[in-house]
Design a protein around this ligand. Structure first.
Ligand code: NAD
Ligand code: UFG
Length: 342
């Protein structure tokens, strides 16, 4: 049993990871400013896991709050999800992204250092590979950024690498997520985008629910089998399980370790649409439109380091992710703003 600080614990991936941590017997303290989430997610996390967690409302950039938190209770490690994540918004509001994601992580690491807490799992992203030269993508591929959001992940990884090199007490795992989709099978927690979803899966869910008329498929002239973009979609519950493994690894092994979390399989936009239709019985009307600026043709992981180092591999199918995501969407049409799911 360990006590963990989970920043961004009420968010999409944080809430699923909190369930997995509680179910594994760990104690969880969530620190979230609810800028992109609701405290109701945490109530549901406790309900699913059948155990309480501690919810602290606050900002990771608040050094005084962090100092108090670390002084109040000993932590065995930190899993750091809290960040802004919208690529388009990061282009129009770069300073908000550098402030939240880079300055926020810096403040957190400084507080950890003062409290001698040196076990850290970071939410990185496949975005650090930019447009990849080779597929599948290994952790040795060059790191680069194509937008301010991606730049914040690259910068934080650099900070973590330098920190682990300077002080052998640190153990840092940087998890480079590919494309998480789906929801907890209970239908109680899931992704709850504020406005028009930027990402494919929540958009498909909203079309299925009748909230949007049709999906716009961004180009069918990519150099892929059916011409639509290819990504490595993984079930969010598999991703959550990966954090548990990463934390166990970080407790045993020092240094900086980047690890891809993906399935190793590429799935096109149209394949995902058809899998969703097959798994849910809903039809998803779509139109082909222009390519989205900044998109890449294809991106999927070499997940072998995760298997070798963490003993983790993605287990759930795309169809399961579609069925679980649809359960969440149909039971909570307005996300956490609507009625309780039960
Ligand atoms: P999310 O927005 O659902 O969760 C982030 C949480 O952090 C939210 O609850 C938000 O309120 C909180 N937060 C943001 N800034 C904060 C701050 N300054 N102080 C305290 N809390 C703050 O996003 P998510 O999809 O769960 O993503 C979690 C992490 O994973 C992020 O770091 C994101 O960049 C990374 N990531 C996500 C994806 C994806 O497709 N969802 C892919 C790769 C990487
Ligand atoms: N797509 C559509 N229509 C939509 C939305 C997306 O056709 O309405 C297509 C895109 O063109 C792409 C695929 O669906 O081919 C996936 O797009 P997403 O926006 O869901 O995912 P991306 O891979 O483009 O980006 C996401 C996050 C990034 C992160 C990356 C890797 O937005 O921040 O996954 O983790 F870096």
């Amino acid at each position: 049993m360990a006590r963990l600080l989970v920043t961004g614990g009420a968010g999409y991936i944080g809430s699923h990871t909190a369930v997995a941590l509680l179910e594994a017997g760990h104690e969880v303290v969530s620190l979230d400013n609810y800028s992109n989430s609701s405290p109701r997610a945490l109530e549901r996390v406790s309900r699913i896991a059948g155990r309480p967690l501690t919810a602290v409302e606050g900002d990771v950039r608040d050094a005084a709050l962090l100092k108090r938190l670390f002084a109040q209770q000993p932590f065995d490690g930190v899993i750091h999800f809290a960040a802004l994540k919208a690529v388009g918004e990061s282009v129009s509001k770069p300073l908000a992204y550098y402030d939240n994601n880079v300055a926020g992580t810096l403040a957190l690491l400084q507080a950890m250092q003062s409290a001698a807490v040196t076990c850290f799992v970071f939410s990185s992203s496949a975005t650090v590979y930019g447009a990849p030269d080779e597929l599948p993508i290994t952790e040795q591929a060059p790191i680069r950024s194509t937008n301010p959001y991606g730049a914040t992940k690259v910068m934080v990884e650099q900070m973590l690498r330098d920190l682990a090199a300077a002080d052998a007490a640190w153990s840092v795992v940087s998890l480079r997520y590919f494309n998480p989709i789906g929801a907890h099978p209970s239908g109680e927690i899931g992704e709850d985008p504020n406005d028009i979803p930027n990402n494919l899966f929540p958009f498909i869910c909203q079309v299925a629910a009748g909230r949007r008329e049709r999906l716009a498929v961004f180009g069918n002239d990519w150099p892929t089998a059916d011409g639509t973009g290819v990504r490595d979609y993984l079930h969010v519950a598999d991703l959550a399980a990966g954090h548990l493994r990463a934390f166990d690894f970080a407790r045993r092994r020092r240094g900086f370790t980047p690890v891809n979390l993906g399935t190793g399989r590429g799935v096109s936009v149209l394949q995902l649409v058809h899998a969703f239709e097959a798994a849910t019985g809903r039809s998803i009307p779509f139109s082909i439109v222009e390519r989205r600026p900044g998109d890449i043709a294809a991106c999927w992981a070499d997940p072998s380091a995760a298997a070798r180092l963490l003993g983790w591999r993605a287990e759930r199918s795309i169809e399961q992710a579609c069925a679980d995501g649809w359960r969440w969407q149909s039971r909570n049409p307005d996300g956490y703003r609507g009625e309780a799911a039960t």
